[in-house]
Write a protein that binds this ligand. Structure first.
Ligand code: 5GP
Ligand code: ZN
Length: 106
């Protein structure tokens, strides 16, 4: 999607460094971290939120990406969050999983 900030990041438009990437997803640091470690796992395909998800494979691949990147980064203990909808705090309408770890995780 041309006006989606995460699609632009995936496309390399901002030169964002990827902590990890595979065929299905990219992982990068949140620009405004809510904990010592705050990563975003983002599918390469544009899906606005869980409400629009119609392919169960995407979620499986995203969760496996969480496992892969945390293993690679040596993050043994972490919290995962998916915000769905404006009222629940979703700001970017391209599905993503937050990984929160280290100091500041509640
Ligand atoms: P949401 O509130 O939609 O679940 O989470 C969106 C997250 O994306 C927020 O934590 C916000 O800080 C992060 N974010 C928004 N714009 C950018 C950006 O341009 N680059 C990066 N790295 N993170 C972003
Ligand atoms: Zn997008």
């Amino acid at each position: 999607m041309t006006d989606c900030i995460f699609c632009k990041i995936i496309n390399g438009d901002f030169g964002t460094e990827f902590v990890y990437e595979n065929e299905y997803a990219v992982v990068f640091k949140d620009i405004n971290p809510k904990a010592e470690i705050h990563l975003l796992v983002v599918p390469r395909v544009h899906v606005e939120s869980l409400n629009e998800l119609d392919d169960e494979k995407i979620l499986g691949k995203l969760m496996m990406t969480v496992k892969e990147v945390t293993k690679k980064e040596g993050i043994k203990s972490y919290r995962t969050v998916i915000n769905t909808g404006k009222e629940a705090g979703q700001e970017v309408f391209h599905l993503h999983i937050h990984i929160l770890a280290g100091k500041g995780v509640i």
